[in-house]
Design a protein around this ligand. Structure first.
Ligand SMILES: [Zn+2]
Length: 283
């Protein structure tokens, strides 16, 4: 996201930056100065109702026309910090799926008392939770029961947030723990930088659903808006990269190349896989 924080430039909130007080002579009323507050400038940019992106960079053209038909139900356990991130990918995931197949729960602690439905889901022996580790089984090797529609729980957050949620909620130790084989996800899942793992939940969900539904089109469809998003970011980041390269070439830049070079490369890989939406309805 380096250089891509356009949405974050909304400016400080009024409470943080009181406007210069012109103190007009008629400043008799206590609220007179409030009129000077830069309210308009602090408003959020209008968001698209479907993809939750700012309207100017709406990704709806990259979303499937109709929600994907899946039998798997996803429960996205979202750390509260994720909800407020500038770059949110879970809304894109949700927009690709029917509402009853993608349920988002926000919080850090999930007790049985407060989340009885989730507790029931966790106690169902066919429910899976995606969390890598020594005790996790590769999803490809899991035999899915045919008695009930499969359910998968995915934790949305940075590595440390996900770890905290997984280990401090006993409910999440009940489902079968699964992971994705790295050779499947390495091209897509950007996980090496914990502070910028904003893309991983959508990517994990795309790969997991493809395996569980045995339908490769799912991965392609869910990743399409992400590829568009990366393309946008790459264009944004590439300009910065270029200018540093220019400085390097001209001997004006003596620092190491930007740390996000590898990430840019990964994004390039992702973007190179962009395939335009097929003409005509395929769903
Ligand atoms: Zn949109």
């Amino acid at each position: 996201m380096e250089g891509g924080g356009g949405s974050g430039a909304a400016g400080p909130s009024p409470s943080q930056s009181p406007p210069p007080s012109p103190s007009p002579p008629e400043d008799r009323e206590c609220c007179a100065g409030l009129w000077e507050l830069p309210v308009e400038r602090c408003e959020r940019r209008p968001e698209c109702g479907r993809c939750s992106r700012p309207q100017k960079v709406c990704l709806c053209p990259f979303l499937p026309i109709h929600p994907l038909k899946v039998s798997t139900c996803l429960y996205i356990i979202q750390h509260p910090a994720e909800e407020s991130r500038v770059l949110r990918t879970v809304p894109l995931l949700a927009a690709c799926l029917p509402p009853d197949k993608c349920k988002i729960l926000i919080g850090r602690r999930f007790s049985e008392d407060r989340y009885p439905e989730l507790a029931t889901v966790c106690r169902n022996p066919s429910t899976l939770i995606l969390y890598p580790g020594a005790e996790a089984t590769n999803l490809e090797e899991v035999t899915l029961g045919s008695s009930s529609p499969p359910v998968m729980i995915i934790i949305d957050g940075t590595w440390s947030q996900a770890k905290d949620i997984f280990y401090k909620n006993s409910l999440f130790r009940l489902p079968k723990q699964v992971q994705l084989k790295t050779n499947i996800s390495s091209q897509y899942v950007i996980r090496t930088q914990p502070t910028n793992t904003c893309l991983s939940t959508l990517e994990c969900a795309a790969v997991a659903l493809t395996i569980m539904e045995k339908n490769k089109n799912i991965q392609e469809t869910i990743l399409r808006p992400l590829q568009a998003l990366c393309s946008f970011q790459l264009q944004h980041g590439a300009q910065i990269h270029h200018s540093k390269e220019h400085l390097l070439k001209n001997g004006l830049y003596d620092k190491p190349m930007p740390k996000n070079k590898r990430k840019l490369r990964r994004m390039e890989l992702l973007v190179n896989n962009v395939q335009p939406r097929q003409l005509g309805p395929t769903w």
